[in-house]
Design a protein around this ligand. Structure first.
Ligand code: IPD
Ligand code: CA
Ligand code: CA
Length: 266
């Protein structure tokens, strides 16, 4: 029996490291590409999570965003934790107070549990496969809303500028058809928020498995859909595009993106 409560507790504790961060004196490293940063806290949170999660599930491997010396990545193992220690690093660096700790657990290549914690508002989105999704302890079941009935969220990264015109022209059309648009800066939160009805769609051209792994279970358990923009299955081994939403909105956006020039090479 996996101790999901213990995993949740450790994700929450990681949130305390984020809240206590001394941003003015934090060291920041620039990673490959434009505006792609890693602060000392991204590393500190990931190290903490891997140390603690290893105690809960010693046989697990880790697919974490940062380079840490305890990050054992071996996707052939039965269990793998997908870790984004701070999803929303740019928000974090600039004091936006809107970032999350995202931890997903896969078994034999299938996501089985997800935890996305926003420590600034003490909001824990969580789900275990076939056991429903929750925000804190409130069950999440969303209405099957159309694009015209809700808010559209999207993400884009400065370090991933190729094909940006297709994204923006799709987002423009969605803006005109929906109630409004947002780009929150933490894909894990934006996808999880669909589960509680705050967004009807999340779209981004390229994300890494640790960005969406945890949120994918939360969304699916609440009745939503997550695929690549073209409709293919999301990847747990390499980056891919993401289209997450209510069933209705997801179908509408797939059609719009296709008309705007989105194709499977994106
Ligand atoms: C980023 C956030 C952002 C998304 C970017 C991601 P990071 O993750 O999820 O919302 O638009 O593509 O890279 O770098 O802050 O962990
Ligand atoms: Ca991320
Ligand atoms: Ca991150």
């Amino acid at each position: 029996m996996i101790n999901f409560k213990a995993i949740e507790k450790c994700v929450k504790e990681a949130g305390q490291i984020v809240l206590a961060a001394d941003l003015e004196n934090a060291s920041v490293e620039k990673k490959t590409g434009d505006a792609n940063f890693c602060t000392e806290y991204d590393v500190k949170v990931q190290k903490f999570l891997i140390d603690e999660l290893s105690k809960i599930l010693p046989e697990a491997s880790f697919f974490g965003e940062e380079e840490t010396n305890n990050n054992i990545k071996d996707l052939s193992r039965e269990y793998t934790f997908y870790i984004d220690p701070i999803d929303g690093t740019t928000n974090f660096m600039f004091g936006y107070n809107h970032s999350s700790i995202s931890v997903g657990l896969a078994r034999n290549g299938k996501m089985m549990a997800g935890f996305v914690y926003n420590p600034y508002v003490d909001e824990m989105y969580k789900a275990v496969r076939n056991e429903g999704a929750f925000v804190n302890d409130k069950p999440l079941k969303m209405e099957n809303k159309a694009v015209s009935e809700g808010i559209i969220a999207f993400g884009c990264a400065r370090y991933n500028e190729s094909k940006i015109d297709v994204l923006f022209s799709t987002v423009k059309e969605l803006f005109l058809k929906s109630l409004s648009i947002r780009s929150g800066g933490s894909a894990a939160i934006d996808i999880s928020r669909i589960a509680k009805g705050a967004n009807v769609i999340y779209i981004e051209l390229k994300l890494q498995p640790y960005d969406y792994a945890a949120a994918s279970v939360i969304l699916e358990e609440a009745g939503g859909v997550i695929t690549r923009i073209g409709g293919g299955e999301i990847s747990l081994t390499e980056p891919c595009s993401i289209l997450a939403g209510t069933k209705k909105a997801h179908e509408e956006v797939m059609k719009i993106a296709k008309e705007k020039g989105y194709n499977s090479e994106f």
